[in-house]
Structures are given as C-alpha cells and as structure tokens.
Write a protein that binds this ligand. Structure first.
Ligand SMILES: [Zn+2]
Ligand SMILES: [Zn+2]
Length: 465
C-alpha cells in the first residue's frame, strides 16, 4: 500500500533520476541542490543539521553569527535605501495576502483543519505542486520512509510552518516583513534565502486562495525538511515569544495597578471635567488662573508640567464654575464647618451643592460599551473593580486626556521665551502614552472614533457659564 502511494507521490524527471542514481552523497558535492545555504548563512544557525558545505560557509560568516542576537536572527536585513514605487506596491499587495494567511491560521482554532493530511492525501498534494520551480530537481526526501516516520515528519512540518508564521507575526513589526519581501523581490528567485522563498510562496498572486498558498508552503517545508534544518528558527521564535509575553504580562500588571490607584483616588471626576485649551485661551485674564490658588493654568515658566496637569482647569457640571482640579480635590477633603446643618459640600465659588446629589448622565453608550468589553471584563476580574468604578475611571481618563492634550499643544507653541519646555513635553507625552494603555485595558483598544465622540459629549455636558 505504502509503496504504491509513494510511487505516485512524486514522479522524477529523467535528469533527477540521473542525479539520484549517484546516491545520497551527491547532495553534498552540489551546493545548488541544497536549499539551506543562504538562510543558514543569514541566520547563523548552529550547524548540527547542515552538510559540510554549509558548515564551511557558516564559518566564513562567523561575524553574522555573533553580531545579531534575538529578533534580527529571524529576519535578515535588507537595504535601507528607498526602493522604487513599483517595489513598494508589490510589497503592499504581498502583505495583504500574508494577512489572509494569518487570518486563516487564527480561524483554524481548536479543531484544526489546516494542513491536516492523511498520508494518502499528501500524494495528491505533492503532485499538484510539482510544477513549481522551487520543488523541481530535488530528490524526494520522503521516499522509502517508514509510515511512522512519515507521520512524524508531516506533523513536524505542520507545526513548524504554522508556528513560524504565527510567532513571527506576534514578534515582528510590519517593517521586518517589508524588509524581508523587499530583499526577496530584488533578487533572482534562485538567489533567495529559504525564508524569503517561503514568504514569497505564501504571498504569491497565483493561486489566489490562501489555503492553497499555505499548502504549497507546507509542501516546500516537507520536501526540504525545514522543520529539522531550521528547527532553531521555531525554537528561537518560541523563546522570544515566551519572553515577550512574560514582559507584557509584567507591564499589564503595572497598568492595572495604575487604574486601581486612579479608581481609589477619584474625588471630582464624576461631576467635573477638564475644559478645552480654547476655553482657557479665550478667557478673560483672571479666568486664566485657578480662582482658589491664583496660579495660571498654562504657566510653563513657573510650574512643572506635573503641577500644571494636577491643577488643570475643570468645569463643575452642576454650576459651570471652572476651578483648578487639585484645588477642587483639596476642597472636597476639607472638613465641613457645620456638618450637622450643611452635610453636603457646595461649589467653592457659589452655593450650588456638589455633593450628595445625583451625578450627571454618562456619555451615551459608555456603560453598554464597558459591560460588553472583553478587556474591561478581564480587568474587573483581575482587579475586583466594579463596573461603576470603571466608569468613573473612564470619565477621569477623558478629563486627563483633554488636559494632557491641551498642555501638550500649549507646550508645542514657540512662545515660551527662554523657557525650556522640552522636559515638559516629554513628561506630557509619557502621560499620554499611559492614558492610551489604560484606555485600552478599559475596552477602548480599537474604537478611537467612538471614544472621541463620547469624550466630546462628556466635555460639553452640564451647565456652562
Ligand atoms: Zn488651584
Ligand atoms: Zn459654582
């Protein structure tokens, strides 16, 4: 049965038969038939599985082996000089086709169907693609292999090709793939590294069906035994991925801690929100200062960005008074003079109650968004925060984002005389990045438009003076 399958599987041309008859040693004396050479050189892999020929080449390129730790090993570099527009166009098209493949793999899920072939199907698969130049003129490696080993080989090939595609997507930036594809496009097909050939196969225009392109790539991997030759690519990617997920979990923990601290220290964000920069700029002179401490909201000459941010102008939604946030928070902590008669605090500027009353309406859709958000659900589960607390944090983030944005814009203006605002800008940019991370964890990772709409609604809501 098996002999029958393997005979049909691959029918060598006359030339190939001639090569094969010289025996397995012929491969080592003919570098052109060994596919691993280029990628081997650029990756600097340990030569355990290489032929003597590639070992020599690796020794000549010893500097590459020692100079590029980590990620660069997975992607050989290409020229940094600008390429012609036609090359970029081809790269963009190929990246789109690569996205289709990744989508396919992600969708494969728990009951995998991709590249799961019975030995009988492999015959058909390999025959389908034998016309490809990359598969021509090679001795068929799997010939005469025992069934159990063949099983093992196909499993390994599948794991390798899916693993490499998935992990490289996780680990590498778009720019890495641009470089890889560009490097491949600017070479003759015969000069390409194996990794380049693989990614070219995955992103070819023909066949149009990504499943078929993946099948071809798999056939390549199986034929040339990349799973063994480039075992270390997968291993390295797995290591880097584990390291990365460890680091990103540590980082996520920090972000969660910040969110919890914000939730625990909220005093005014449910009824007061930062005003836009234009409001301060267009205000009368005295309204550019906090009415409590008399410091100017935008005075980069006297105050640090941190102080300005802390006491940035917020509008109380019940009465419309604008006060420095820090001063308003301090006011909320000040003991009441006659708590028995007047148990609730009022605005420091007028007699409007700001405590002990119903809070203003949330932006429309905000509660629904957070209730249905997977990220917010995960956050609540990991931190014990309640939905209402998360909503308060979101209001706080909206306010802080307006304040950071306003101060950044003000610091960006070139009218600060001798004042060096570079440090202030750096500080504010870091805060902006933190806000982005916190927002993401609260369910606004990919909904910037929705977020901006809700933020605008919140900034505008309430009484204005
Ligand atoms: Zn103040
Ligand atoms: Zn007031």
């Amino acid at each position: 049965m098996r002999t029958f399958v393997l005979t049909l599987w691959y029918s060598p041309s006359l030339e190939e038969v001639a090569v094969n008859e010289r025996g397995p040693q012929s491969r080592e004396t003919e570098p052109s038939t060994w596919p691993g050479t280029h990628i081997y050189r650029s990756l600097g892999l340990h030569p355990t599985t290489a032929t003597p020929n590639t070992q020599n080449r690796a020794r000549q390129n010893n500097s590459i082996m020692t100079n590029v730790p980590g990620l660069e090993d997975l992607f050989p570099g290409a020229k940094e000089t600008p390429a012609p527009a036609t090359v970029y166009k081809q790269i963009r098209q190929r990246l789109t086709r690569l996205t289709e493949i990744r989508h396919l793999i992600r969708m494969d899920g728990e009951n995998p169907k991709l590249l799961v072939y019975a030995i009988e199907n492999l015959e058909e698969l390999c025959q389908t693609w034998t016309h490809l130049a990359s598969l021509a003129n090679i001795e068929f490696r799997l010939k005469d292999m025992a069934a159990a080993q063949l099983d093992e080989e196909t499993r390994k090939a599948r794991e390798w090709v899916l693993g490499v595609i998935t992990l490289q997507e996780q680990l590498c930036e778009r720019s890495h793939f641009v470089r890889l594809l560009r490097s491949a496009l600017e070479k003759d097909p015969g000069e390409r590294t194996d990794l380049e050939s693989l990614y070219m196969t995955l992103t070819e225009e023909d066949p149009d069906d990504p499943t078929e392109r993946l099948d071809i790539a798999y056939t390549l991997v199986l034929h040339f035994n990349y799973a063994e030759t480039y075992k270390s690519i997968l291993e390295k990617a797995q290591q880097l991925s584990a390291r990365k997920s460890k680091a990103s979990e540590a980082h996520a923990k920090k972000v969660r801690k910040r969110i919890v601290e914000k939730a625990q220290s909220i005093k005014v964000d449910m009824f007061a929100c930062a005003v836009p920069l234009s409001t301060i700029r267009s205000a009368q002179n005295e309204e550019r200062d906090c009415p409590v401490c008399r410091n100017a909201y935008l005075d980069f000459a006297t105050f640090s960005a941190g102080d300005l941010l802390a006491d940035y102008a917020v509008r109380i939604k019940y009465c419309g008074h604008v006060v420095g946030k820090h001063c308003l928070e301090t006011w909320m902590d000040t003991p009441l003079i006659d708590a028995a008669r007047y148990p609730d605090r009022t605005c420091p500027l007028c007699r409007t109650e700001i405590e002990g009353r119903e809070t203003p309406d949330l932006p429309r859709g905000l509660r629904e968004h957070i209730v249905h958000s997977r990220q917010a659900g995960e956050l609540m589960q990991k931190t014990d925060l309640e939905t209402d607390e998360c909503l308060d944090v979101l209001l706080r983030l909206m306010s802080e984002e307006v304040a950071v944005g306003a101060l950044l814009e003000e610091a960006g203006e070139e009218e600060h005389g001798q004042v060096d605002v570079e440090m202030a800008r750096e500080f504010l940019k870091e805060r902006a990045e933190e806000l982005r991370e916190e927002k993401k964890m609260l369910g606004f990772a990919r909904s910037e438009g929705l977020w901006r709409g809700m933020r605008a609604e919140w900034v505008d809501s309430g009484v204005k003076r």
